[in-house]
Design a protein around this ligand. Structure first.
Ligand code: KG4
Ligand code: ZN
Length: 335
């Protein structure tokens, strides 16, 4: 079995995967969302403290399986430094005490593996990654080499939902709550401008201008927004943000012909986004892949699954060389 450990942001999670069958033998996740909600976003110091409390408890659940673990795959980049340190420290401690090798996993590559939890990876592959920290489009060739095709110059898609929710005092994270307020509303009252719309030369995302449009609309409404007002803002915002994703993807699809195109990251749970993606994938004759809803957001199952492929290639790392990094560049990386 391969042990996966994930602690890059506000979820502490462990998973055990059978390296031959991909069976998920154990999966646990302790989410900190409710603890960060009152602050409208993740508070790093609080996240670090909560990981330090949660991870040893999760390690106790692993105890009956210690003898069967062949390697430990742990997220070491990108993410919140203080959160990454918690998981990596536990991975090192287990590696030394159980005398088993370590495998370093890039969190974003972990998300890609959420599409293939119980099967072999399909290559070549196009990817849209939409999470709280990232918005990017990737091409992965048949050898697994990643090319970055587009990314955001400021906020990410998921983060813009979080910020809009914060502006309306709806807590953290904002994705699901904005989506539920938008549901049922059909009136695009605000008609927010879609960023960089139709500009085929600029293959990039930007959500900060849209966020400011939303901020102005909310300020004009004054204090104590009614549910109807929140729904209308949420609907118009979600519509423009999603149109932005699709508009740039069309330019990508005009250039690249993907047989398989995967959509990953916490925000890939958004049903409006999924609906619009279905439409363009039909138009461009692309097979769309999604992770199971439960594994769209951060989880250790995807880290264990990425670890299985690295275990087969014997890509181990000595504990002295295993470092964390808040950022990573996927361009040119081999999956
Ligand atoms: O992948 P993830 O769990 O963590 C990061 O790696 O960042 O993604 C979390 C992000 C948050 O910003 C959250 O608001 C967003 O995904 N999200 C959504 C939805 N569910 C989660 N965004 C839009 N619509 C959703 N239904
Ligand atoms: Zn993530």
């Amino acid at each position: 079995m391969i042990l996966g450990i994930e602690s890059s942001c506000d979820d502490s999670s462990v998973a055990l995967m059978d390296a031959k069958t991909y069976e998920l033998v154990l999966y646990k996740k302790i989410s900190q969302e409710s603890r960060h909600s009152e602050f409208g976003g993740v508070v790093p110091e609080l996240a670090a403290r909560l990981h330090t409390a949660a991870l040893p408890n999760l390690a106790l659940d692993l105890k009956p399986y210690f003898e069967d673990i062949k390697a430990i795959a742990v997220t070491n980049e990108p993410g919140l430094s203080v959160s990454l340190i918690a998981g990596v420290s536990m991975a090192k401690a287990l590696s030394i005490s159980l005398n088993i090798p370590l495998i370093a996993i890039n969190h974003l590559i972990g998300h890609i593996y959420s599409l293939f939890l119980d099967q072999k990876i399909k290559l070549p592959l196009g990817i849209l990654l939409v999470s709280g920290g990232h918005t990017m489009v990737l091409n992965i060739d048949s050898h697994g080499k990643i090319t970055l095709l587009a990314s955001t110059t400021d906020d990410s898609y998921g983060e813009s939902f979080d910020k809009v929710a914060k502006m309306m005092n709806l807590g953290y994270p904002g994705g699901a709550v904005i989506e539920s307020f938008a549901k049922g509303c059909v009136d695009d009252m605000y008609k927010f401008t879609v960023p960089l719309k139709g500009n085929k030369k600029r293959l990039e995302y930007s959500f900060s201008g849209l966020k400011n449009q939303v901020r102005l609309a909310i300020e004009n409404l004054g204090k104590n927004l009614s549910e109807d007002e929140i729904s209308k803002v949420a609907f118009s915002f979600q519509k423009a943000a999603t149109e932005h994703i699709i508009d740039k993807l069309k330019t990508v699809f005009d250039i690249y012909k993907f047989e398989n195109f995967g959509v990953v990251g916490g925000a890939s749970a958004n049903q409006t986004l999924r609906g619009e993606l279905e439409k363009i994938s039909t138009k461009y004759n692309t097979n769309l892949l999604f992770a199971p809803l439960k594994f769209c957001s951060d989880n250790a199952a995807m880290i264990a699954r990425a670890g299985v492929d690295k275990y087969e290639k014997k890509e181990f790392i000595d504990y002295k060389n295993l470092r964390i990094s808040p950022r990573s560049d996927l361009n040119g990386v081999i999956i």
